[in-house]
Design a protein around this ligand. Structure first.
Ligand SMILES: C[S@@+](CC[C@H](N)C(=O)[O-])C[C@H]1O[C@@H](n2cnc3c(N)ncnc32)[C@H](O)[C@@H]1O
Length: 202
């Protein structure tokens, strides 16, 4: 299973995604594109991938979990993805136990530390950062078949977040010298893993 944890710094966790202005109201466009990039193929879905959106602006922090293996009606257009996320955002009440808003999509009051602890039990956790060690095709990538990749949205990781993630991550990796959009960074990771992957993943 591949996992992508994305830190959402500005998106509200308790209101619908504003369909008319997803970029202006908390940069939901960044998270929407990231979900599409993580889970969708040109003509299908990556059933072996999950995305966790950690909405840090909420108190307590809220995490939306999207599991491609179970999700239904996940279409590539932004509004359709935002509609599914809105259903999860407007669930009430949300607690520690994940609540399913539609097939394959859950909301839970998990903060970043809790998310990372859960992911760490499933495989290596990798912080993706421009200043990390370059991740190159080969054995290093092969080892990451079941990894969780942690990315930020349009904002830089704070020093507290970096310390928290570093304490749980097996490595800090860069994908190259330029700072990419979150969704592009996810596409690069998928490509690296696809090229090393088991035949059934192709
Ligand atoms: C748009 S960037 C974050 C903002 C940017 N760091 C800044 O200075 O404003 C989005 C995220 O994608 C990942 N990312 C982007 N480019 C990367 C690269 N070259 N190597 C590794 N991760 C990258 C990182 O997790 C980064 O936080």
């Amino acid at each position: 299973m591949r996992r992508f944890v994305i830190l959402g710094h500005t998106q509200k966790a308790d209101a619908p995604v504003p369909l008319d202005d997803p970029a202006g109201a908390g940069r939901w466009d960044v998270l929407t594109r990231s979900v599409a990039s993580a889970l969708l193929l040109s003509n299908g879905i990556r059933r072996d991938t999950e995305v966790l959106l950690v909405l840090l602006r909420s108190s307590p922090a809220r995490t939306l979990i999207v599991k491609a293996a179970e999700v239904r009606n996940l279409n590539p257009d932004d509004r359709s993805i935002q509609g599914l996320l809105t259903k999860a955002l407007t669930l009430k009440p949300v607690g520690q136990h994940p609540m399913e808003s539609s097939p394959g999509i859950w909301a839970a009051n998990w903060d970043l530390a809790h998310v990372l602890e859960r992911c760490r039990k499933e495989g290596p956790v990798v912080l993706l950062h421009e200043m990390g060690l370059l991740l190159e095709q080969g054995p290093d990538v092969k080892r990451l078949a079941d990894a969780t990749f942690v990315l930020s949205d349009h904002e830089e990781f704070s020093s507290d977040q970096l310390a928290l993630i570093r304490g749980r991550a097996g490595g800090i990796h860069s994908l190259g010298p330029l700072s990419l959009h979150t969704s592009s960074a996810i596409a690069v990771v998928h490509n690296l893993l696809d090229r090393e992957g088991a035949p059934e993943r192709r």
